[in-house]
Design a protein around this ligand. Sequence first.
Ligand code: HEC
Length: 303
Amino acid sequence: MDDMNKKIESEINFLDALKSPLRLFGLVYFYFFAVALIIGVYFVKNLDEISFNQIPGTALDTLRIERDIPLKVGGIRPAMDLELISNPTSDFIAKGKDLYQTNCASCHGAEGRGDGPAGAVLNPPPRSFYELDGWKNGREFSQLYKTLQEGIAGSGMTAYEFIAPEDRVAIIQFIRTLTDYPEVTEDEIVSLDSQYQLTKGVVEPNNIPIKSAKKIIASEFRKSTKLLMERSVSENTNLILQNYSIDPIKTIQNFKLRFNDSLDFNDFIFTASSDPKMLALKSEIVNLTDNEWEQLYQYLSSL
Ligand code: HEC
C-alpha cells in the first residue's frame, strides 16, 4: 500500500518528472494529438476552398447545344416511274452519268474512285464506289437513296434532296454500273416507294428554324395588338381601360395571352384583382362595379 502511494506521488510530481524528461512526452502527446485532429477536421470541412488543383472544366456541355430545324426551301418533287429502278434504260443511265459529273465528280472523282480534287482535303475522304468495305449506310439501292436523301452526318457528304427523286435514281443507276452492286428486289422498291412517296410526288413546304418562327410570331402579335389598340383608342370605345390600365397595349396583349383560350369571366376578375400587374392594370381596378367589370371583360374579349 505504501509502495502504491509512492508511485502515484511520483507520477504527478513535476520536478520528479523533469528528472527523466522522456516521461514528459506522455503529457505533451495528448496536446499534439488534439491540435492535429482540429486541423484535420478544419481541412476536411473547408475542402472546397482549400482544394489545390482547381482547373476550370473545358468540356462542352452537350445538353446546352440547341438543335433546330434547318432553313430549307420547299418545292414540288414530281412523281417518278418505278420501272426506272428495276429496269433503267441506257438513256436514263447516261442522264445519271451527266448528273454525276456535275454534282458528285468534284469529290468522288470522274470515275468514282473517291479521288476528286475537292475531296482531297476531306476527312473522312470521299468514298470510292469500287470499295466494298466501310460504308456507313451501305451499298444497297435503298441505302444509296437514303444517303442522297439525308447525307452522312459529320462528313463532307451533304444531303442531295434538292435533286429531284428521278434524277437521284439516275445518278444511283450510273454508280451501280461502275462495279457489281446488290440486286434491287421488288420488296425494296415497294418500301422505298412507301417511305419516300416516289410514285406520288410531294409538295414540300418551306422550313424555317423554330427560333426565327417564334420571333416572327411575336412581332406579328405585337403588330396586330398595336393596330387593335390604335383602333380602339381612335374609336374611344373603352374608358375603363384608359383609366385603369398602366399600359393599355400590354393589358390587351396579356389578356389575349392569358384568357384567349379559356374565356372565363370569374377567372378574369380574380386575376385582375389579385395580380393587377400581370395585366398591366392599376391596383384601383378593384374598385370597379360589377357592371364595369362586365364592360371591361366584354370589351377585351371582343378584340
Ligand atoms: C463535297 C464533297 C462531296 C460531294 C460533292 C459528294 N460527296 Fe458523296 N461523299 C463524300 C464524303 C466525304 C463521303 C464519305 C462519308 C463517310 O464515309 O462518312 C461520301 C460518301 C458517299 C457515299 C457513301 C455513303 C455510305 O454509305 O458510306 C455515297 C453513296 C455518296 N457519297 C454518293 C454521292 C453522290 C451520288 C454525290 C452527288 C450527288 C455525292 N456523293 C457528292 C463527299 C462528297
